[in-house]
Design a binder for this molecule. Structure first.
Ligand SMILES: NC(=O)c1ccc[n+]([C@@H]2O[C@H](COP(=O)([O-])OP(=O)(O)OC[C@H]3O[C@@H](n4cnc5c(N)ncnc54)[C@H](O)[C@@H]3O)[C@@H](O)[C@H]2O)c1
Ligand SMILES: N[C@@H](CCCCN[C@@H](CCC(=O)O)C(=O)O)C(=O)O
Length: 926
């Protein structure tokens, strides 16, 4: 209810003898406001109220003006029964048994202000919070909001000028200063108007295109901001027209768009918006702001009230999608008139809720440092105008930048309630008073207790304390990562995650030595022995204790881990292909609300990221990808390729061998080619010349046609091929072993672990069908040569497969051979590996020009240190895990890294780790 102060209230005798005080603000050096202006004080003193004003040279209204208004200026305010202030009061300055009217910031149980609330209760203070002075419809009746809007808009126009300059453009906004540089809002508006004349005269650079300003909310803040905006030559458009003006509007004015709830909120189920339902059940709604409105905004001025359970306007992943180049080929750009990096240039978050409606605003800026640049790829803020990102201004005390007007505005609103409040004597029971409902409902504490409406604060505190206690006790406020598998690619992942002191890692694996060795030297890595097949209960409890699981187990075990993650609602990351088993868990993962990111290693992984970066860029510029041929290999560096395979194991040996038996599908000149299992892929090997200094060959790897679809090039590409890279000689040797029957994953009676011992020579005799093992050695060699070709005999012999040494029997020929080869083909301490990844794109541009683009990544490992394979698998997986933990990836279910909000930040962070591909371009024809 609005208070009525009409009539000759000042003539009433009931105010005579009352004493109130206006305290000096001490919460911030910028705080120049007061809650009552000299004009307000004059009215009170005329009514016989004694108003004591504490001296302050910082207050914008000089002390003389309060003196002239009849106030008593003195340090000691203890005589007053009611003390008015703006911001929180230091605990030791709270005077017992008084009524205080302030913004206490305690109603959400804000931790920082709980000591203040405790002191209020202890000192028997009656606390009235302006934020809770509301009318019958729940609308706040006293607020500085309008001036937050005015100051915010001036600030963001000032920031926009500086940001555009850093991006290479002088604009009329350069002549607008920060709000506190102006004596009052009229002078600030004059500066805005002057900038507006220049805009109208066509002085905005053409290459930046039209500017659109989106205002969220329609309350005081938004209205204040729009008052300033309207000083520019402008046109308002409805949200549905925003895209059109963002693309094809003119530069001689700016465009405004006021976005109300109904424009972007819709029911999760069934769509539509209903005001009352939303007020009561905000959780039933989603916001389409990030998809339908934000992509067409140059500047967002956020002035909505945001409650914890209501949908966010912009999430962390939204920022990644928005901060990408806009497709505006019609703008006249050149080196001296560069294109903007993306359309969204600046956000003025006047709502200033860290982690709230603008999720990536995680700390308010200040009047001293009003701006930061938020870079979505690194998920970091910098206090700079230069570099990648969107400019954010989120000062939470903007009205104090225009202190006199803010004081006048607020004081006029609060004065009528002051008349009611000044009867208060905190020593007397609340029941003795008949406060007007607005005032009564704003009393948070009285007579040593929270008032009934605010008892929830105590519950909220208990809840907060409990959850903090759980965090403290159980995880020391740490993020808890469970890494499963302590094999060849694990170390760089651990090292990356362990850099964050707030991360604790549990490293689980079935081999004690592996988990112990890797945990050594990293204080926050705890080794745990676990066989995930044998101890599902143990797995489940480890998963329950984790915030995220990274599975670096052999890929056939990921399914069991994913089931445990679904059961325990824990997110998960793997570097492995999304197998049909894993894909089948998608719906369950969505239902459990968890994120499972797959294929974020090297191949699959970095290959996808680089492919998608190029494909999206080509598509954005109107081109087509006609062919995509990609090879990747984890190899020994050439100087370490001293064995018949020219190969050493830098990742799971069994996986390497099994892959030679897999099926493959690819598209070659519009013809789909399918290769059956059992070794056909090796027959398809061919020599490769893209790095002529290396003797490379390659053969098809799995189903490439699936990726044509997933990459979005199925309709335009005639060739899509993904292959495995080896040094020449690998496939010949492997074909030889296949022909001998050694690459066979099925059990063989001679290899039963509890059967009789057998030598490699005898096993080979058996496999090639010799009835006797007692065969003359030269004869055996001849028979082997007949079977596999004479050219492959040396390889078989030098691998010791014709020796009289015992086989470690592992049931199948493949596993027994794998065990044997691990001994022969492992990296020694002085060896190093190399990873080679090559993409060749055939691109057709709209002009008809054809281009051949090569993307090449060559990475060497450190002798005795991390292999290139481990770095290129472990780092993207670790970066992804980190992004899931920070909320940068929020998509639920089985996720692949094909969208820019994933591949851009992962690639950017890999570049920071020194992992960077090179690009070469050849224009082919016209
Ligand atoms: N995307 C890529 O580029 C890429 C590259 C390399 C590896 N990978 C994948 O990453 C994963 C790890 O590869 P790696 O080279 O480190 O493998 P690895 O064989 O060297 O290590 C596997 C680890 O899993 C452990 N393990 C095996 N069975 C287990 C069980 N039942 N319970 C608990 N632990 C068990 C082993 O002891 C070992 O620590 C594999 O799935 C692999 O296919 C992906
Ligand atoms: N194709 C290259 C690089 C392989 C990296 C390992 N990738 C595994 C992933 C298996 C998985 O975990 O799903 C593969 O088998 O290709 C090469 O063979 O040298």
């Amino acid at each position: 209810m609005a208070a009525n102060i009409t009539g000759k209230w000042w003539a009433s005798t009931k105010f005579r003898g009352k004493v109130i005080a206006l305290r000096r603000e001490d919460q911030s050096v910028w705080e120049r406001r007061a809650s009552l202006s000299p004009a307000n004080v004059r009215r009170l003193t005329r009514a016989g109220v004694k108003v004591i004003v504490q001296p302050s040279n910082r207050r914008a209204y000089p002390i003389q003006s309060y003196l002239n208004a009849g106030a008593v200026i003195q340090e000691d305010i203890s005589e007053a029964s009611v003390i008015f202030g703006v911001k929180q009061v230091p605990v030791d300055l709270l005077i017992p048994n008084k009524t205080y009217c302030i913004f206490s910031h305690t109603i959400k149980a804000q931790e920082a202000n709980m000591p203040l609330l405790d002191a209020v209760l202890e000192k028997n203070i009656r606390l009235i919070d302006y934020e809770k002075l509301v009318d019958e419809s729940g609308q706040r009746v006293v607020a500085f909001g309008k001036y937050a809007g005015v100051a915010g808009m001036v600030n963001i126009l000032h920031g926009l000028g500086l940001r555009l300059l850093a991006l290479g453009h002088h604009t009329p906004f350069m002549h607008i200063g920060p709000a506190h540089n102006y004596r009052n809002s009229a002078m600030a508006k004059q500066a805005v108007r002057d900038a507006g004349y220049e805009i109208a005269l066509g002085m905005m650079p053409k290459s930046i295109g039209p500017l659109t300003f989106v205002f969220t909310g329609s309350g005081n803040v938004s209205q204040g901001a729009q008052e300033v905006f309207q000083e520019l030559p402008h046109e308002y458009v409805p949200p549905e027209m925003l895209q059109k003006v963002a693309d094809h509007g003119v530069g001689s004015k700016v465009y405004g768009c006021e976005v109300r709830r109904r424009h972007h909120l819709e029911r999760k189920e069934g769509g539509g918006y209903e005001h009352e339902e939303y007020d009561n059940y905000p959780g039933k709604y989603v916001s389409t702001f990030s998809k339908k409105i934000a992509p067409y905004a140059s500047v967002i001025i956020n002035g909505i009230y945001w409650a914890v359970d209501s949908p966010k306007l912009l999430t962390l992943p939204d920022a990644k999608a928005l901060l990408r180049p806009a497709h505006t080929p019609w703008l006249p750009i050149s080196e001296g008139a560069p294109a903007l990096p993306h359309r969204l240039l600046a956000i003025c978050d006047i709502s200033a809720d860290p982690g709230g409606s603008i999720e990536f605003m995680n700390e308010c800026t200040t009047i001293d440092t009003p701006f930061c640049l938020y870079d979505a790829d690194s998920n970091k803020d910098t206090k700079s105008f230069k570099g990648p990102g969107v400019l954010v201004c989120s000062i939470d005390n903007m009205p104090t930048q225009l202190p006199c007007e803010a004081t006048d505005f607020f004081g006029d609103l609060v004065l009528p309630y002051t008349l009611d409040i000044l009867q208060s004597d905190a020593t007397k029971p609340l029941e003795e008073y008949n406060f007007m409902p607005a005032v009564y409902n704003a009393i948070i504490a009285s007579n040593g207790k929270l008032t009934p409406n605010f008892e929830y604060i105590q519950e909220l505190r208990t809840m907060n304390q409990k959850s903090r206690h759980v965090v403290d006790v159980e995880s020391n406020e740490m993020k808890r990562v469970l890494v499963l598998g302590a094999g060849r690619v694990c170390y760089p992942l651990l090292e990356y995650l362990h850099r964050d002191p707030a991360v604790h890692i549990t490293l689980g694996g079935s081999v004690r030595e592996e988990v112990d060795v890797l945990s050594r030297g990293m204080s926050r890595v705890s080794p745990v022995l676990i066989d995930v097949n044998e101890r599902p209960d143990h797995l489940s409890s480890l998963v329950e204790d984790a915030d995220i699981v990274v599975s670096l187990l052999p890929y056939h075990l990921h399914g069991a881990v994913a089931e445990a993650c679904i059961e325990r609602r824990t997110n998960m990351v793997t570097a492995s292909y999304l197998t049909p088993d894993m894909a089948a868990l998608h719906d369950k993962a969505v239902e459990a609300g968890i994120t499972v990111v797959n294929e974020v290693g090297l191949d699959p992984g970095i290959d996808h990221l680089l492919a998608m970066e190029c494909i999206d860029e080509v598509h954005m510029a109107g081109g087509k990808v006609e062919s995509f041929v990609s090879y990747c290999g984890g190899l020994p560096a050439p100087e370490c390729s001293d064995n018949p395979f020219r190969y050493k194991f830098s990742w799971s040996p069994r996986g390497v061998l099994l892959n030679t038996l897999g099926t493959a599908k690819f598209l070659e000149d519009s013809k789909a080619i399918e290769l059956s299992a059992g070794g056909r892929v090796l027959e398809y090997a061919k020599n490769l010349e893209f790095l002529p200094g290396f003797a490379l060959e390659g053969y098809p790897n799995r189903d490439s046609i699936r990726y044509a679809r997933l990459y979005g090039i199925a309709a335009e590409a005639h060739t899509v091929f993904r292959g495995t890279l080896r040094f020449k000689g690998f496939t010949d040797t492997m074909i030889g072993l296949q022909k001998l029957g050694l690459i066979d994953p099925n059990p063989h009676p001679a290899l039963h672990p509890s059967g009789p011992d057998i030598t490699w020579r005898n096993l080979v005799c058996n496999l090639i069908g010799l009835s006797t093992m007692d065969v003359f050695y030269d004869n055996l060699k001849q028979r082997v040569a007949d079977k596999i070709g004479a050219d492959k005999l040396d390889a078989v012999e030098s691998l010791g497969l014709l020796d009289e040494t015992a086989v470690t029997k592992m049931s199948t020929p493949l596993d027994s051979l794998c065990h044997h080869l691990v001994g022969k083909l492992s990296f020694g301490n002085k060896d190093r590996d190399v990873v080679i990844l090559r993409h060749d794109f055939g691109i057709l541009w709209p002009s008809g020009v054809r281009e051949q683009r090569g993307i090449t990544l060559v990475e060497y490992g450190e002798p005795g240190g991390a292999t290139a394979m481990a770095r290129t698998v472990g780092l993207p997986a670790a970066i992804t895990a980190n992004m899931v933990m920070t909320g940068e990836i929020q998509q639920k279910g089985m996720v692949l890294p094909f969208s820019p909000d994933l591949y851009r930040p992962i690639l950017a962070r890999l570049r920071n780790e020194g992992i960077q591909a090179k690009e070469s371009v050849i224009t082919v024809s016209n």
